[in-house]
Design a protein around this ligand. Structure first.
Ligand SMILES: O=C(O)C1=C[C@@H](OP(=O)(O)O)[C@@H](O)[C@H](O)C1
Ligand SMILES: C=C(OP(=O)(O)O)C(=O)O
Length: 435
């Protein structure tokens, strides 16, 4: 082999913990009687908001000095007393915490940023009211909401899960604290891997959950027992460094994100494989090796892994043929209307796109420099940063700090891995909504 043929060494990415696993683990630990340790938690805006909301209603959480673990002391029941819970931008807080609060006794006022207040809560409220919970809301069906809690007996429910899976996850996690447990069937479930993650973690904390032949789930009463789960690196976050591997022709490895992962978003690597990258998922790590070119000419359903569709869409102009993503209508209801935001930003780069209710097509083209409107959506910022890595000088983010929702050190890690990555101007941060 000549020197020219020696492959560049793999880049080892340091990807912080999963937001979804951290927030589930902290909630289940709060509901368990005794002390749990949540190891390698994500420390970011979303998980700090979630942790602080739980602390506000009486849970003790202590971080080890370097946040290698959070020690959570739970009471074995729902919260008691009066508290205000600030959910910031975190959909998981707004959807997981009200059902937990309703199993307790007291009054709990939930609120969040203007971005979060615009996100729908209707199916969750309907389900909780169907279980007898007393909940007051403002004029819409979102936050703010007041839960006047007096315990829940549980029962049977059908939950509209067409807008978000988080309603079902929230109800499931509260179910072991209901006197008679819960039998629940989702209708039109999106993002189903997150429900599988919920069930797996509930079992880890000692709950009994059975799958029923009609697609429903039966959760037995009896609460939770403490556990010491290790949080995996976040698979949605890893999608940016994997995409970066694909467009730069390098190999990126994420240790700890491996076969048997509880995160559906790890399947994003299969999408990169379609686009021509080489992928390896072993018992210890996942690696993606790119060619520096992207193969297009495919149409892919990303409904179950919709947090990663933008990672693909932002680099899709670099492919040799159009790429269509479908099944992602619910991505319009997240931190931004993500289909519209991606289309508008690509258009600003001179790229031709076409959007439908639940789809987007991106046509090949050479992006021209543009200021990217992040809409305070961490994933818009991170996805377009990968395009900026592939085409230096094209991408300026209007709010580079918004990555802090799930990965405060994103830009620095991209720069460490890829010295050519242009660090954004870090002056200023868009307001995070009126509190
Ligand atoms: O349960 C979870 O942890 C999540 C579920 C998904 O939301 P939807 O179910 O609303 O699609 C995902 O987009 C979000 O980032 C995290
Ligand atoms: C949709 C997201 O977050 P959440 O719903 O948890 O606010 C996300 O992280 O992409």
């Amino acid at each position: 082999m000549t020197t020219a043929e020696v492959p560049a060494p793999a880049l080892l990415a340091r990807i912080p913990g999963s937001k979804s696993l951290t927030n589930r683990a902290v909630l289940l630990a709060a509901a368990a009687r005794g002390t749990s340790r949540v190891r390698a938690p994500l420390v970011s805006d979303d998980t700090i908001a979630f942790r602080d909301a739980l602390t506000a209603c009486g849970t003790r959480v202590r971080s080890s000095p370097l946040a290698e673990y959070w020690e959570v002391t739970g009471t074995g029941r729902g919260p008691t007393g009066r508290a205000r819970l600030w959910c910031a931008d975190a959909g998981t807080a707004a959807r997981f915490l009200p059902p937990y609060a309703a199993t307790g006794h007291g009054t709990f006022l939930f609120n969040g940023s203007s971005q979060l207040r615009a996100r729908p809560q209707g199916p969750l409220l309907e389900a909780l009211r169907g279980l007898g919970a007393d909940i007051e809301t403002g004029p819409g069906d979102g936050l703010p909401l007041l839960v006047r809690a007096d315990g829940l007996t549980g029962g049977r429910l059908v939950v509209d899960s067409s807008l978000s899976s988080q309603y079902l996850s929230g109800l499931l996690m509260a179910a072991p604290l209901m006197a008679n447990g819960l039998t629940v069937r989702p209708e039109a479930l999106v993002s189903s891997p997150y429900v599988a993650m919920t069930v797996a973690l509930m079992r880890r904390f000692g709950a009994t959950v059975e799958e029923r032949p009609d697609g429903g789930l039966r959760v037995e009463p009896g609460g939770y027992t403490p556990a010491d789960p290790v949080v995996e690196p976040d698979a949605s976050t890893a999608s940016y460094v994997f995409a970066a591997a694909a467009v730069t022709g390098r190999t990126v490895t994420v240790p700890g994100l491996a076969a048997g992962s509880l995160q559906g978003d790890l399947r994003f690597v299969e999408v990169l494989e379609k686009a021509g990258a080489r992928v390896s998922v072993t018992a210890d790590a996942t690696s993606v090796t790119g060619t520096g070119r992207l193969r297009g000419g495919f149409d892919v359903d990303m409904g179950e892994i919709s947090d990663t569709f933008m990672t693909l869409a932002a680099i899709a102009p670099l492919a040799d043929a159009p790429i269509t993503v479908h099944g992602i209508g619910h991505a319009r209801l997240k931190e931004s209307d993500r289909i519209a935001a991606v289309a508008r930003n690509l258009r600003a780069c001179g790229i031709d796109t076409e959007q439908g209710r639940d789809r987007i097509t991106v046509r090949p083209g050479e992006p021209r420099p543009a200021r990217i409107a992040c809409h305070r959506d961490h994933r818009i910022a991170m996805a377009f940063s990968v395009l900026g890595l592939a085409r230096p000088g094209t991408v300026t983010l209007d709010d580079p700090h918004c990555v802090a929702k799930t990965f405060p050190g994103f830009h620095e890690e991209m720069r460490r891995l890829f010295p050519a990555y242009e660090l954004p101007d870090t002056a200023g941060r868009a307001a995070d909504g009126d509190r």
